[in-house]
Design a protein around this ligand. Structure first.
Ligand SMILES: [Zn+2]
Length: 152
C-alpha cells in the first residue's frame, strides 16, 4: 500500500466492496490514525502536522502557527491518505502516479514509518507483525512514543 498507492486507489475505485478493497480500507484507517511524529520543523516547539505545497509531493512537518505565518506559500494541510490523493489530483498536472507514490511515502516517513521499507518493516508499522525481540531495529529507525501503531 505504501509502495503502490496508485494501485490502492485504482482498486478501491474499481471494486470498493471486494475483499482486497476491504483489507486496504483497514490499512488506510491505520495509516491515517498514525500521528505525525516529532516537532515542527520550523520552531521545533509545537507538535507538527503534515503540510504540502501545491504542485509538490513532499510533506513538511510544521505546526499550524508556523504553517500560517511561514512563507505563506499556500501550504495545505494533509490529513491522510485521501487528503494526499486529493492534493495530488488537485495540483499536479503531470506525473500524478509518481507524485502520489512520493507524497504517500513522504507522509509515511512523517508518521514514523521506517525509511527502509521492507515487508517486515511495513508490517511492523501497521502493527501486524508478530513480536520478534531478537530482530535488530532497522538503521535509522526512530522511537515513536505515543504512536499506537508502533507497539511491539
Ligand atoms: Zn512551528
Amino acid at each position: 500500500m505504501l509502495r503502490r498507492p496508485d494501485y490502492v486507489v485504482w482498486m478501491l475505485r474499481e471494486a470498493p466492496d471486494g475483499v482486497v478493497g476491504g483489507a486496504f480500507l483497514v490499512l488506510l484507517d491505520q495509516f491515517d490514525a498514525a500521528p505525525v511524529q516529532g516537532g515542527c520543523e520550523a520552531c521545533g516547539v509545537l507538535p507538527a502536522m503534515a503540510f504540502a505545497l501545491p504542485n509538490q509531493a513532499v510533506i513538511v512537518r510544521l505546526c499550524t502557527d508556523c504553517a500560517s505565518t511561514g512563507d505563506g506559500g499556500g501550504l495545505v494541510r494533509i490529513d491522510g491518505f485521501w487528503g494526499a490523493l486529493a492534493h495530488i489530483e488537485a495540483t499536479l498536472v503531470r506525473g500524478r502516479r509518481l507524485g502520489l507514490r512520493r507524497i504517500i511515502r513522504s507522509l509515511a516517513l512523517a508518521k514514523g514509518a521506517p525509511r527502509r521499507l521492507t515487508e517486515n518493516a511495513a508490517l511492523r508499522f501497521f502493527g501486524q507483525a508478530p513480536a520478534r525481540p531478537s530482530r535488530p531495529q532497522p538503521l535509522g529507525s526512530t522511537h515513536h512514543d505515543g504512536n499506537p501503531l508502533s507497539r511491539r
